[in-house]
Write a protein that binds this ligand. Sequence first.
Ligand SMILES: Nc1ncnc2c1ncn2[C@@H]1O[C@H](COP(=O)(O)OP(=O)(O)O)[C@@H](O)[C@H]1O
Ligand SMILES: [Mg+2]
Length: 236
Amino acid sequence: MSTIEEEFIATVSHELRTPLTSIRGFSQTLLNSWDKIKDDDKKKFIGIIEEQSNRLIHLVENILTVSRADAEHQVLKKTNVNEIIRKIVPLIENQYKGHKYEINLMPTLPPALLDEDKFQQIMTNLVDNASKYSEEGKKVTISTEICKNMICIKVKDEGVGIKAEDYDKIFKKFSRLENHLTSKTQGNGLGLYITKQLVEKMNGHITFTSSKEGTIFEIVFPFYNEEDVLRCSQTS
Ligand SMILES: Nc1ncnc2c1ncn2[C@@H]1O[C@H](COP(=O)(O)OP(=O)(O)O)[C@@H](O)[C@H]1O
Ligand SMILES: [Mg+2]
């Protein structure tokens, strides 16, 4: 087993054990001392059991996504990045009705060699974060262009921003940063971890810049090239 896998299992075990221990503890207390516990406290304990069960459900869903991302074979093909962006953004727009969305796509953008489902997952994670970590009424801008001979996709928000001291945490598993929107929103800190893995598996690169005005996530992919397709089919 690789160090990454061992580290992953250690983190997951910890994340599973914490809510399970709490669920077991409160259930045992209720069972053993039912007659002695006040009604208000009973209600509170059952509330905690429910909350911790929900936490487990979200966690398991994300762990399944992570293991699928690692194990699943990629289906790389000539992909029109703009087309997928046009398809994905309205789906997220639907969930965040208070935000504004702007799409600026380069009409002559060359194709890339990508797995379409995985690229959709990448875009969904980034546009979802841009929406989730900015207040209602703010604008999320998704754009494509060519930069340094690569296909460049940017997701820009006017949100809470990422503090410099958090820069090295952002792509780590289960890391949610402290800001007032993180505590108000659902998440488990796996989205950007999965995103980075997927981008790099498809020979891309992800970076971000952030300030008080907001954050820009940028991903780059090489242009589609017949020779790469041949090489992929020989090695897989
Ligand atoms: N666009 C963004 N602006 C500000 N903070 C962000 C942004 N995207 C991600 N973050 C921070 O990084 C953390 C990790 O993101 P992610 O892995 O997608 O997890 P999740 O969204 O489940 O919390 C988030 O909890 C949030 O604190
Ligand atoms: Mg997220």
